[in-house]
Design a protein around this ligand. Structure first.
Ligand code: ADP
Ligand code: ASP
Ligand code: MG
Length: 439
């Protein structure tokens, strides 16, 4: 049995958190490969080391002094090392990093040092071998992830290491420079390592007791989800439930390795199991609710649109030509709506609208902005009737005006569009009807 364990930033924010992490690792002999993030926030209003590194580096690029900012980063690590009495001196590493900042080694290099130093510190504390991710995680020339080369390197290198710490978030480019995944990317590293060593389980340790039914910043103390399928999770992650990076699903899914989201501060809580499929009935009709702000919707009306061959294609062509992808496209007989990311869309708005006018001569085009999308996701919805109706009536009760609704063909999710100012209210209302009232 082999487990790969990833610890997020808040799990490694301070010496006290490092202690908890070590306890968790030592409690189970099969937790052999550890993927740490950079130290995160210790308290509300604190700054993550990754963000400190980004700001430090942008000063360096501008040729400004960054001494005091760099000292603050050193302090984060040195205070952990001192408090835990770890036999480690990072002074040489700090010097190298500083020189590379001055030499403009790149923004990705800068950010990656958070995980690199965190990994060295944790390895020394645990007495585990340190394996630099730059040696085993690779990107292609075009910046995409090189899964083949990586899988081989991870398997070979870790076969030779009984126990190791492998820093999250980064790897190397063909020219040996450092590249990171997008923010939150240590989750992806954990998943890649789990698949590379063919782990039995990928444990992802964070600061909540699993994937919660909805964002705890919107609903107070939402219930955790016991078991969720990869598909459901992907829908939720895509729509902003950021507990797990959305790209962290593919490597383990391919290898059939389940993920267990666990809480470093409450290690006995069961957490959430993420699996390919399950016969476990969900407790509620709805597995999870997630949403995002910042969308716009283009509504197009034309009599007899339905019978006009190629209408949809001609409309979408205009978006494609301008490099705008669309999120959803609910349609009626004489209407179609295209939901897009507002920030991207506004830059190309006039080109797209005049293109549509020229191409399909609609009766009316109207744009609604400041839309939030909410995904209500659940494998249980397929076998239950009236889910959409219940959502509508809950929202009507809460005086939320529904601007759009789109049910995916898999019947796994329903997407609802509301005005941004109603977003939190709508999420609460949906949670209440499906979970608190448990109808
Ligand atoms: P880590 O630093 O461990 O990677 P993250 O901050 O990336 O942790 O993810 C955990 C956070 O995700 C939680 O603290 C919580 O605020 C937020 N979150 C958003 N949606 C959800 C959800 N549905 N369930 C649990 N946590 C959520
Ligand atoms: N430290 C990186 C970030 O803050 C990666 C991670 O935590 O997963 O985005
Ligand atoms: Mg994270």
């Amino acid at each position: 049995m082999v487990k790969v364990v990833k610890f997020g930033g808040s799990s490694l924010a301070s010496a006290e958190q490092f202690r908890k992490v070590a306890q968790i690792i030592y409690a189970d002999d099969t937790r052999r490969y550890v993927v740490p993030s950079a130290p995160g926030k210790r308290f509300d209003g604190d700054t993550k080391v990754t963000d400190m590194l980004y700001s430090c580096y942008s000063l360096a690029v501008k040729g400004k002094s960054f001494d005091s900012e760099f000292e603050a980063i050193k302090d984060r690590y040195n205070s952990i090392i001192e408090e835990l009495n770890i036999d480690l001196n990072l002074e040489k590493e700090f010097e190298t990093i500083k020189a590379c900042f001055i030499g403009r080694a790149g923004r990705d290099y800068a950010a990656s040092r958070g995980e690199y130093l965190s990994g060295m510190t944790l390895a020394a504390y645990l007495g585990y071998e340190f394996v630099d991710s730059a040696e085993i995680i690779f990107f292609n020339e075009d910046g995409s992830f090189d899964s083949k080369r990586t899988a081989k390197a991870v398997a070979n290198r870790l076969e030779a290491a009984e126990r190791a710490v492998i820093p999250g978030f980064y790897g190397s480019m063909p020219n040996d420079t450092i590249k990171t995944f997008s923010r939150g990317g240590s989750d992806v590293t954990g998943s890649i390592v789990a698949s590379g060593v063919n782990a039995d389980l990928y444990e992802n340790w964070t600061d909540v007791s699993g994937f919660l039914i909805c964002d705890p910043r919107i609903v107070e103390n939402p219930e955790p989800i016991r078991t969720i399928t990869y598909k459901e999770l992907r829908e939720l992650a895509y729509m902003g439930a950021t507990v797990l990076h959305e790209d962290a699903i593919f490597p383990v899914r391919k290898a059939g390795i389940p993920i267990n989201i666990k809480n470093t501060n409450e290690p006995d809580d069961a957490g959430t199991f993420i699996v390919e499929s399950t016969s476990q009935k969900p407790l509620y009709t709805v597995t999870g609710i997630a949403g995002k702000k910042g969308f716009a919707v283009v509504n197009i009306e034309k009599d007899m649109m339905n019978s006009e061959l190629g209408f949809g294609r001609k409309v979408l062509e205009q978006f494609e030509k301008n490099g705008i992808s669309f999120e959803h496209m609910p349609s009626g007989i004489d209407t179609m709506s295209i939901v897009v990311h507002q920030e991207e869309f506004v830059k190309k708005e006039q080109e797209i609208l005049s293109g549509i006018h020229r191409n399909v001569h609609p009766d009316l085009i109207d744009i609604e902005t400041d839309l939030a999308l909410i995904a209500v996701v659940g494998r249980g919805m397929k076998s239950e009737r009236g889910t959409a109706g219940r959502i509508f009536s809950a929202l009507a009760h809460a005086h939320v005006n529904v601007k759009m609704i789109d049910q995916g063909s898999s019947e796994l999710n329903i997407i609802i569009g509301v005005h941004e100012r109603d977003f939190e209210k709508a999420v609460k209302a949906i949670y209440e009807i499906f979970v608190l009232q448990r109808l």
